[in-house]
Write a protein that binds this ligand. Structure first.
Ligand code: ATP
Ligand code: MG
Length: 140
């Protein structure tokens, strides 16, 4: 079924000039970009985004990282978009990620892993609403 997912090119992806590379890989798929912008989150905004991870040992560090520089946020739409995009990204830890995935090819660190993708319909809905209003989403 057609669904939407939230994608982020994280600050390391942006600073390492990988925006084009990530978008090229998305464009090669049966998923479409229906919204896109560049943002710079405050620490507080990053904490709100990763609220599900509050209390975990990496929470302070990952929210510092996510607010350390600009990110590109996108909404992707298509059949099985959530699973497809996570497959394109690879496992959280680049060392466990499959050959040919974005994280395997470009990440150098478990935290600084280039991209984010929603992990379920519920989180996708929350994350899309966190960054985009209706007017910013094409094809409504
Ligand atoms: P994301 O939510 O960013 O798409 P994910 O779903 O693969 O990644 P999560 O478990 O949701 O992984 O973790 C969120 C993010 O927190 C990871 O992408 C990574 O940047 C960071 N992170 C997760 N686990 C660790 C860890 N053990 N050490 C350091 N950072 C971590
Ligand atoms: Mg996650």
């Amino acid at each position: 079924m057609k669904e939407r997912t939230l994608s982020i090119i994280k600050p390391d992806g942006v600073s390492r000039n990988l925006i084009g590379e990530v978008i090229r890989r998305i464009d090669g798929q049966a998923i479409k970009i229906v919204a896109m912008k560049m943002i710079l989150m405050t620490k507080q905004q990053a904490k709100g985004f990763y609220a599900v991870h509050e209390g975990k040992p990496f929470f302070e560090s990952v929210t510092d990282f996510m607010s350390s520089g600009p990110c590109v946020v996108m909404i992707l739409e298509g059949e099985d978009a959530i699973k497809r995009y996570r497959k394109l990204m690879g496992a959280t830890n680049y060392k466990d990620a499959e050959e040919g995935t974005i994280r395997r090819e470009f990440a150098k660190d478990i935290e600084k892993n280039i991209v984010h993708g929603s992990d379920s319909r519920e989180t996708a809905e929350f994350e899309i609403g966190y960054f985009f209003n209706k007017l910013e989403i094409t094809g409504n």
